[in-house]
Design a protein around this ligand. Sequence first.
Ligand code: CTP
Length: 405
Amino acid sequence: MLQGKHILVGVTGSIAAYKAAILVRGLVKEGASVQVVMTPLAKEFITPLTMATLSKNPILVDFFDPEDGRWNSHVSLGEWADAYLIAPATANTLAKMAHGIADNLLLTTYLSARCPVLVAPAMDLDMFAHPATTENLSILRNRGVTIVEPGEGELASGLTGKGRMAEPEEIIAQLDRFFEKKKSLLGKRMIVTAGATIESIDPVRFISNHSTGKMGYAIAAELAERGAEVTLVSGRTHLPIPAGVQRIDVLSAAEMYDATVQAYADADGAVMCAAVADYTPEEVSDRKLKKSDDDLCIRLRRTRDIAAELGRTKGNRILVGFALETDSEEVNARGKLGRKNLDFIVLNSLRDAGAGFGVDTNKITIIERSGEQTSYPLASKREVAAHIVDKIETCFIGPETPKSV
Ligand code: CTP
């Protein structure tokens, strides 16, 4: 799996840096091309000469070469890499990554990298268990960074616990699985709708909802990681475009309808995660509405149901919908499953703590056409996305491949 792959290895200042030498040697042995970027402190733990010799490439530490002013471009490093593996990753570097601090080449490369990023944390057990580190890892995980969990054992501090960097063989195996994982949906074209739509009332006001798009973006990222060609039709959001995903920005339900229906013609499936307005103002004033002493009545008309339209013209495509409910959850979700001709529907309830808008977690139940239903425990949206995409995979290959309707 690693043959011919471009692996960028980031090394930070931890005693586990000595394991990075074994890691780099292992990657080269597997046939990968390896470049190494080190933080200034990492050089105190392992020499650039060792890493250069093992990687067969010069080591990058500084933004430029002080001798001749040659610029080390973090952008082209990120473009070169098929994966960026930061091992060992200290608590300090993880915190900086989580908060966008860019004070060394390793970090600027992280911020500009478009490829998948993996980190192998290495630190003392209390640092690893500290809420700051836990939160930083959670931020990174939710942005799509893969965490190679540290092991338990004797630490450099003399204490015993969780915080030891995973062994190089284990990291290589995970990287291998990572690339393998990419293959499962290779050649599949998937659409994901995400975020809230915005229906203008006048040039200043609009009707919208609380959706932030996090769930849809996590699904788009997961699909892309498994090799699918993903078109993300997105309402307004502040989220970054996941690696390898093509995004179409829309505002209104009508724009989302047009963009989604157009992309659907060539698609193998769609995941309808957007919170689409069901009503839009009948008339949009081209001037700011002025208040008066009277109450204001805005007449709304129905928007078109995108999922239902895709269901109507579904053919052999896989179609997945969402139902965010506040009450009669299952009955409502099953109704939508049938009405919109979906393969399965993902139900989440606003009554569940940790599920719903803006949060980084979700708690879902998947209800299938067969009537079968599976509930999953509360998990990060990224983990939830993996469960949903697992189900999509089984729809593509499984015996229950949908019939044309
Ligand atoms: N959906 C859509 N287009 C719409 C409305 C909904 O594609 N105009 C999709 C959503 O993305 C979701 C599913 O349909 O996958 C269910 O959306 P939801 O808003 O829960 O259901 P509605 O059909 O709008 O029903 P209600 O508002 O009555 O709950």
